[in-house]
Design a protein around this ligand. Structure first.
Ligand code: ARG
Length: 596
């Protein structure tokens, strides 16, 4: 594992050194080096600096140029000029690009360093609700959460995953009471006939239980009160009640696992720590909050008030920790979970990948935990995501106004992708198994990429036609770029065309330089993405990479290059592109078929 400094970092350092050599007062100033269209890099920072030092920016720029090590055989900087009001335009040497990339190529991690001070993060994501369907909101939480886990772990962070599933609360009183009164409800297979698998069958049974118990709950006051008593017994640990609760939870977990498998996401059973897991701590939460005065009784309920949280009529909206009937809700379990994550798991960061519509809940929960001394300031953060919309721009629903089942969407995506794959498969001579496997990888990749390539907070339209399109910013486009790299490398081997070898003595064509400089930015992109929790920036980087590779492929023949050294050098760029795409897409949870 050898971390390789990027050319941007090296050039940045050279300019910083030159700056302090030329002007000791400027030591430590940031030259603000950026990639640029005019040269490879442009430094704009001298303008502000000259202003601060009351000097002339162009003069300062020339002094810096004078202090830079000039060219030389091993120098990174090939050309530097002062432009405009005092910018520095910097062009790096072709040889420097190839030498840096060669060092990346030698390293399994492509020269990407691990973070200097990795911490311990608990991430709360993919938290569906027991006895209910998974919908597109759960898709977002799962896909975004999984990508963030992979990216953080790749940076060396210790990541503890928590799936805070909805497995506790009033609904369970209703479901269990109904089961007690209709003992064979979950055994009935009639609804599960025709279900595609074990999970689907379980969900069909749960759906029926949910619907029938809801109907009685809404219409029969006496049943309602029996259901409420049942919750109390559940929370008190009554055995018969718990046994039925387990049955319901297990059925649901079977279902969830089926969906996760289809979605190609690994969710481990030991990380599923639902609301119920905190039951035993809820009394302590209440006691401590009440004793410390953080929470107060109001109409019998235990509440926390906030100066800036008010309803429309101006009356304060409290966070309710315990209801007046003694029951605990969503807030209580979240508070107990914070105590566990900070106090027992010793996390220094808590992340919550949850729908933006729960922002107020988390604001109040975090503030309460801080007041109680359970949570250091700034340690917890919700990573809120936007709503998935239908083509009509409204929250995604079926024509009947019901929530769309996640599995149905995934199946449809796989179906469409398989059609796309099949169309192209003949030329490649793909077997039926390969078509099926590719269809799954392309379909699921399309759904994940559409989700991850948008900034997380934005709503996005779920449009399968666009998602599986070969043109534009789609995963299929990236997957094709990857498959093309692999096909070139296979052909090279078949034709005995030599292997991927960098040749720093060669001059690079513009498309090669552009591709090379972009390849060199992978590590910086990853560390930025890990710092800001923005997977869409990794998606944008990979799309940029695929686009540059396409340009390179169009302009620079690889196997038909004029001489053997150029063939090897281009194979080298192709192989490094392949590895970078593969690694980057894996971090987003997207597979890269070898032949497409
Ligand atoms: N189960 C909830 C839902 O489906 C999400 C839970 C989010 N996590 C949490 N710690 N509250 O909306």
């Amino acid at each position: 594992m050898a971390s390789v400094p990027s050319l941007a970092a090296t050039v940045h350092q050279r300019v910083v050194d030159a700056l302090s050599a030329a002007l000791p007062e400027a030591a430590g100033a940031d030259p603000l080096l950026r990639r640029s269209d005019r040269a490879d890099f442009q430094a704009n920072g001298l303008l502000a600096l000259a202003k601060k030092l009351k000097g002339n920016p162009r003069e300062l720029a020339s002094q810096v140029v004078g202090a830079l090590p000039s060219g030389g055989e091993n120098g990174e900087i090939a050309e530097i000029e002062v432009s405009g009001p005092g910018f520095l335009n910097i062009t790096v040497a072709d040889a420097a690009i190839l030498r840096t990339l060669a060092a990346r190529y030698e390293d399994e991690r492509l020269g990407v360093p691990v973070a200097e001070n990795p911490g311990r993060t608990v991430i709360d994501y993919s938290q569906p609700n027991v006895a209910k369907e998974m919908h597109v909101g759960h898709l977002r939480s799962t896909v975004i959460g999984d990508a963030i886990v992979q990216i953080l772990e790749h940076q060396g962070e210790t990541v503890i995953r928590r799936h805070h599933i909805g497995d506790w609360g009033t609904n369970f009183g209703m479901l269990i009471q109904y089961l007690i009164e209709h003992p064979h409800e979950l055994d009935h297979a009639s609804d599960s006939e025709g279900a595609k698998d074990e999970g689907e069958a379980a969900m069909a049974r749960l759906n029926r239980l949910y619907k029938s118990s809801r109907a009685v709950f809404d219409s029969d006051e006496e049943f309602k009160s029996r259901a409420r008593d049942r919750v109390v017994r559940l929370q008190a640990g009554d055995e018969e009640t718990l046994a039925l609760w387990h049955k319901i939870v297990d059925e649901s977990k079977t279902y969830f696992q089926g969906v996760y498998e289809k979605l190609d996401v690994e969710i481990r059973d030991e990380d599923v720590v639902g609301e119920s897991a905190y039951n035993d701590d809820l009394m302590n939460v209440v006691k401590e909050l009440e004793e410390s005065g953080v929470a107060v009784r109001s109409d019998g309920a235990l509440c926390v008030f906030f100066d800036d949280v008010k309803g429309q009529d101006g009356t304060p909206t409290p966070l309710i920790v315990q209801k007046s009937n003694g029951g605990f809700g969503y807030a209580a379990t979240d508070l107990a979970a914070i105590r566990d994550r900070v106090g027992t798991l010793h996390a220094d960061k808590l992340l919550y990948v949850v729908d933006a519509r729960q922002a107020l809940h988390f604001r109040m929960v975090f503030e309460t935990a801080q007041r109680a001394g359970w949570l250091p300031e700034g340690a917890a953060r919700q990573l809120p995501f936007g709503t998935v919309l239908g083509k009509d721009g409204k929250p995604f629903k079926t024509r009947e106004g019901e929530t769309v089942r996640l599995v149905d969407l995934l199946d449809e995506a796989i179906g469409r992708a398989t059609a796309v794959v099949r169309e192209k498969s003949e030329k490649l001579g793909l077997s039926e198994e390969e078509i099926t496997a590719n269809g799954e990888q392309v379909g699921i990749g399309a759904v994940k990429y559409a989700d991850l390539s948008n900034s997380m907070t934005r709503d996005y339209v779920f449009d399968l036609d666009r998602m599986v399109s070969l043109q534009g910013d789609t995963s299929v486009y990236l997957q094709y770029a990857y498959a093309r790299t692999r096909s070139i490398l296979r052909k090279a081997a078949e034709q005995g065309a030599g292997g991927p070898v960098p040749h720093p003595e060669l001059a690079l064509a513009p498309a090669e330089r552009a591709l090379g400089l972009h390849l060199d930015e992978f590590g910086e992109t990853l560390s930025q993405v890990a710092e800001t929790y923005e997977p869409h920036k990794l998606a944008a980087y990979l799309y940029g990479l695929a686009t540059l590779f396409t340009g390179f492929y169009d302009q620079c023949p690889v196997l038909k290059a004029p001489d053997a050294a150029t063939v090897e050098n281009r194979l080298f760029l192709t192989d490094l592109t392949a590895r970078t795409l593969h690694q980057g897409m894996a971090l987003l949870g997207i597979r890269t078929p070898e032949r497409l």
